[in-house]
Design a binder for this molecule. Sequence first.
Ligand code: CO
Length: 455
Amino acid sequence: MQGDGGIMDVKTEIELNRGLLDFIQASPSVFHVIDNLKKRLEEGGFAECREKDCWKLQPGGAYYVIRNDSSLIAFRLPAARKPEEGCPFQGYHIVAAHSDSPTFKIKTRPEAVTENRYVRLNVEAYGGMILSTWLDRPLSVAGRVAVRREDGGLDTRLVNLDQDLLVIPNLAVHMNREINNGYSYNLQTDMLPLMGLLPEKGPESEEPARPSPQGILLREVARELGIAPEDILDSDLYLYVREKGRVAGRRGEFLLSPRLDDLQCVYAGLEGFLSAVPGQYANVLAVFDNEEVGSGTRQGADSTFLEDVLLRVQDSLGYGPSVYRQLVADSFLISADNAHAVHPAHPEKADPTNRPVLGGGIVIKYHGGQKYTSDALSAARMRLWCERAGVPCQTFANRSDMMGGSTLGNISTAHVSLRSVDIGLPQLAMHSAVETGCGRATAQAVAAFEQFWRE
Ligand code: CO
């Protein structure tokens, strides 16, 4: 970051990882991710543009747009050019990452009572997680609620029930001798978290009125927000893992944390974005929701969000649609989503010749069928940015006989057709409740993104 005296005030690897783990802990739901990005951007002097308002952008200005409280696009424009140059800047330099992670969504009317005592919450999977990792550990609830206002309107409130509230207990090995032989967890029966116990029933005659189990969770949410339960009209609530992320390994090589995919890229993107002053290009940080469920929502990468924002930038600066196309033609997207390192217990699962490891640098991802957008030219440009930033790169490809995952790049470029590369930071145990990431990678990503955004 630029210090007071204009001296580069570079954050150390330790400071960056501490910041990352604090950011993840403060972001238990996708809505909190965006709220925390918004706070950092506001501190950095960025102004909010609301989609329903008229925008009056200025060259040199710094802005952000939020859609659905769960996706965000921030942009910083270069200083003014002379009108005879025909367009306001050279193009866009965009880093995209995703705000969501696999979790469990709490269904409407969630309370389910067993044995007249146990209160569990009815949940469904959001994304594809390693189910077993969610059992036998403290969990809680976070998300957003729609609240009735006194004037009859609606407010959105974020909520985090910041306590060890829930657990999904395993069945004892004595009752499931198959548990170590590849047991298949059932989402509807095995995965409902236990929230508490109903009060014991007294003798019939003196039994006090027992509180209804329905609405227990909403009453907790209302208490947390200091409002009446009946003023909560609806909610988007999710489970989250309570453990705070930590640095581990003999020399602190590893990060153990929930949601490293993809909050490590989001956080590195934010740090690089805030510290880089644009050169000839407008800098853009795009953080999309719903990557884990295919991106096909109003706020996902497979929406018009990015296109809408970029089109409105030209409009607001007084340029027409052909300038938009001119700018897009000279723009670049780094699609940043964490990557699979070779697993020490299963090296055979990795491609025989492209074998990224933790600590080996930024991973450039390739796919012949173009699930990843990297090609010779885009990957070469990424390699140059990394080289100038002093950051090593490594490469990933799926084994030819294995289907890999997909990510944001090719979905996003279907809407805004610009040159793009897919990268990620190496990690193990992707989509586990606690993932194993690489301590060095955060600082490497910040340095590479900064380099990209300075040019
Ligand atoms: Co991801």
